[in-house]
Design a protein around this ligand. Sequence first.
Ligand code: BEZ
Length: 210
Amino acid sequence: MAIRLGDEAPDFTAESTEGTISFHEWKGDSWAILFSHPKDFTPVCTTELGRVAALKPEFDKRNVKVIGVSVDGVADHHAWSKDIEEVTGAALNYPLLADPDRKISDLYDMIHPNANDTLTVRSVFIIGPDNKVKLTLTYPASTGRNFDEILRVIDSLQLTANHKVATPADWKHGEDVIITPAVSDEEAAQTFPGFKTVKPYLRTTPQPGA
Ligand code: BEZ
């Protein structure tokens, strides 16, 4: 069954490049990104996994644990990781789950049979400290993901988790944010002094804490 925003991220235990992982235990109360790639030893995947490795300090800064998964086995993951480092200059620094029996892929609906009935598509799940799914993304095998966008979404999610704000189109860390409609003007004046009213339903304020 498809996983929807707000659902609890299913738990599982599986082998990975860093040993056996019980997902919820491994994740703890951090944020997490679980992302699938179609296949080891493939070109787009090689660039993606290297990019995620290079961005690991950015994920760490945000208290986000990263974990990848595909239907290939641990031995392939280990062999392929040498290529990833050679090609991208970034060594694998997060676990890659092996899912040869498709246990995780089925739990997270990562196999889309009309795209390919054996390989995982490029899914992304951002999971909050409460283990609830905060974002899902599905890309086809031919399109490598933009992991800067995923960091941008994490910045937005973490901001809105702590403040009564939302983020506008193309928002980036440090830019003005939107006060959520549920906040009255009186409360906004207290919480966001000097906020700007563009329309009665569109009020902006500098990013809290920026
Ligand atoms: C790739 O990573 O390049 C890829 C993987 C599966 C199908 C097509 C492309």
